[in-house]
Design a protein around this ligand. Structure first.
Ligand code: KIV
Ligand code: ZN
Length: 530
């Protein structure tokens, strides 16, 4: 990849490190949908997965490489431990991409060397060097990460970086694996690397960090001031434990405070070109897509993409904003693609208007997907007079959610009210196509529905999260339901949108159960073939 020291490279790891958070597991089609949207968002590099981890991961990296790794698309990257087998798998999976990168890593902190790797510093140094050279035999774009760099001895870190750059690493990534550092410390570490690694001008300095102390974004911005030019981040900040540095926060900080950051990149204070390649208008949509498909809800007060991020509640603030937005707003909601809640379509809108508006909103659907989404649109338009952009987005995201279609929800009926026992009847079709009907009484209508579904599906599970959010204001709004189930130590999510929240709740539950059931089937298959 070409180096432009006046611009910040955005390396998105939503599909690799982001997907590592409990319950965020995505299937291949969902990963592909997100990768396409990341390309529209304008990220420079997509870390598409960890090819050697499983056949599913390999296939996902390969499909993304093939579909999104085009001439004008982003670089597609796969993670690989500093092990030949991993690196070979990464190279094989990345084969179809026109621009590809292997990202190989090994720990360099003494604590990891002693307890995890059981290797000496010298051994790790030569493995790192050798494996970068091996990666280089497959492609020119090679990134190396000294894992737990922040807790490594800086002198040893400089030595490792010098050797891997000499072996051909074109990007050296400095991870704060455990989310331990603080902004000034991290800035000083990056400066130390610039000052003490003799061949550092031959590589791009990247940063990667976790948010255990809530400092990841602040740490990265300090790193930028000290010479880092690639930021590894995820949409909505999802990832291991407290997550990774959030893409939208980093990008908007660099966007809104461009004049502050310009000089650190050798630019005039009022230099106009954006500091990243990101199309900020795609941020909100990407955030919603990732949240819907992973089942990881965005907290309402989350910077940039939370539902309250642009809402003014206090009277004084409202008064000021009405007089002049700049009184209390540092950025325009439209700059992240939050359009006014436009009423665009209604009951009489035809397929063409529907297709055209979806295209304008950036959805590229196959004919089959479009047909399915249009049927859903007509159903909703019958119940809800005016369909806004946000409604359309919720419907389409719902349609493209690809939970395996094992159990199909055919019918759900509830009876409830004061002085009544909430009772639900459900009809489902099992994977063999047989129709199964059952009923149950619950503490409320949703509880009754879930009990009835459980009687049919008969897969043990523990419901750990249930949330309903309305897409727009108004009594006829579409409700979006997100749920998370636990089975053994794994979490499975489900999402659905409908004007009837009981139907959305039932469908979200069936989607999550299908993921769980699919995982159990896979496990059984693997045990039989082992
Ligand atoms: O957090 C970490 O150290 C990582 C590396 C693999 C870069 O994710
Ligand atoms: Zn990480």
């Amino acid at each position: 990849m070409t180096t432009n020291s006046e611009r910040i490279i955005i390396f998105d790891t939503t599909l690799r490190d982001g997907e590592q958070c409990p319950g965020a597991t995505l299937n291949i089609d969902e990963k592909l949908t997100i990768a396409k949207q990341l390309a529209r968002l304008g990220v420079d590099i997509i870390e598409a997965g960890f090819a050697v981890a499983s056949p599913g991961d390999f296939e996902a990296v390969s499909k993304i490489a093939q579909t999104v790794g085009t001439e004008d698309g982003p670089v597609i990257c796969s993670l690989a431990r500093a092990i030949k087998n991993d690196i070979k798998a990464a190279a094989d999976a990345l084969q179809p991409a026109l621009k590809a990168r292997i990202h190989t890593f090994i720990s360099t902190s003494d604590i990891h060397l002693k307890y995890q790797l059981k290797k000496t510093r010298e051994e790790v140094l030569s493995i790192a060097e050798e494996m970068v050279a091996y990666s280089k035999s497959f492609m020119s774009d090679v990134e190396f990460s000294p894992m737990d760099a922040v807790r490594s001895d800086p002198e040893y870190l400089y030595q490792v970086l010098e050797r891997v750059i000499a072996a051909g690493a074109t990007t050296v990534n400095i991870p704060d694996t455990v989310g331990y550092t603080t902004p000034s410390e991290f800035g000083a570490l990056i400066k130390g690397i610039k000052d003490n690694v003799p061949n550092i001008d031959k590589a791009i300095i990247s940063v990667h960090g976790h948010n255990d102390l809530g400092l990841a974004v602040a740490n990265f911005l300090e790193a930028v001031k000290n010479g880092a030019r690639q930021l590894e981040c995820t949409i909505n900040g999802i990832g291991e434990r407290a997550g990774n540095a959030s893409l939208e926060e980093l990008v908007m900080a660099l966007h809104v405070r461009r004049q502050y950051f310009n000089p650190f990149l050798g630019r005039a204070v009022d230099s106009e070109p954006p500091l990243t390649n990101i199309d900020t208008k795609q941020i909100y949509k990407t955030s919603r897509l990732v949240s819907n498909l992973t089942g990881m809800l965005v907290q309402p007060n989350k910077a940039i993409v939370g539902t309250n991020a642009f809402a003014h509640e206090s009277g004084i603030h409202q008064d000021g904003v009405l007089k002049n937005k700049l009184t209390y707003e540092i950025m325009d909601a439209q700059s992240i693609g939050l359009t006014e809640n436009q009423i665009v379509l209604g009951k009489h809108s035809g397929r063409n208007a529907f297709r055209t508006r979806l295209k304008e909103l950036g959805f590229e659907l196959s004919d089959l997907e479009l047909n399915k989404a249009f049927i859903r649109f007509k159903e909703v338009a019958d119940k809800k007079k005016e369909i806004s952009d946000w409604d359309l987005e919720a419907l389409v995201n719902d349609e493209i959610q690809q939970a395996p279609d094992l159990f199909k929800l055919e019918l759900v009926q509830v009876s409830c009210g004061s002085n009544a026992n909430p009772t639900a009847t459900v009809t489902l079709r099992n994977p063999q196509g047989e129709e199964l009907i059952d009923a149950a009484i619950g503490t409320g209508p949703v509880d009754a529905v879930y009990k009835a579904i459980n009687r049919v599906v008969n897969v043990p599970n523990n419901l750990i999260e249930f949330s309903v959010q309305s897409v727009t204001a108004g009594i006829d709004a579409i409700g979006e339901v997100t749920i998370r189930l636990k089975y053994e130590d794994k979490i499975y999510s489900g999402h659905s949108a409908n004007t009837d929240i009981i139907v959305a709740s039932a469908q979200a539950y069936v989607n999550a159960l299908n993921r769980l059931y699919g995982a159990l089937l896979n496990k059984n298959r693997q045990q039989i073939t082992a």
